[in-house]
Ligand binder design. Structure first.
Ligand code: RB5
Length: 173
């Protein structure tokens, strides 16, 4: 199956989802540096009625962010949740790790404009952010913008197909 077919299947799943459910399912994870922000974001998501799967960590005891990135990214890639949110100190490590999982487009965003563009232009399916970079209110606003935005398609679709082809080239190597 080529990249366009796979995107078409995913898009039809997305359409079914939007017809049958109001809110996408969200997988969320953090390391110790993102734990506090993760809890704040989780509370916001629950208040807004999003179904949330919290994959930890559940304290500020030191852990390794790739373990949490892998769990969240794998669930999103398998379609168990439609979107993911990952928090570490800077958002960078989570993005690097999550983007190793086939089908994941993880974007670091520390402002609302970037968070919106990540969905509208890049069809990002995972948002990453840094608990040491943003405060609670900023974290919530970034998540709100990311979730409210929709992929714009059009010229951006062609570029997403090319990104998906990179996944396939990596598998063949
Ligand atoms: C942990 O100290 C820190 O390195 C991690 O949370 C993250 O910022 C990595 O990108």
């Amino acid at each position: 199956m080529n990249a366009s077919d796979r995107i078409a299947i995913r898009d039809s799943t997305k359409n079914q989802m939007s017809e049958s459910a109001e809110k996408p399912r969200i997988a969320i994870g953090a390391d110790h540096a993102g734990y506090h922000a993760k809890e704040v974001i989780k509370r916001y998501l629950f208040e807004q009625g999003y179904p949330v799967e919290d994959l930890g960590t559940w304290s500020d005891e030191s852990v390794d962010y790739p373990d949490y990135a892998k769990q969240v990214a794998a669930r999103v890639a398998r379609g168990e949740e439609q979107l993911g949110v990952l928090v570490c100190g800077t958002g960078i490590g989570m993005a690097i790790a999550a983007n190793k999982v086939e089908g994941i487009r993880a974007a670091v965003a520390h402002d609302p404009v970037t968070a919106r563009a990540a969905r509208e232009h890049n069809d990002a399916n995972v948002l990453t952010l840094g608990g040491r970079v943003v405060n609670d209110a900023q974290a919530v606003e970034i998540v709100r913008q990311f979730l409210d935005a929709k992929f714009a398609g059009g010229r951006h679709q062609r570029r997403i197909v090319k990104i998906t082809e990179l996944d396939e080239e990596r598998v063949r190597e």
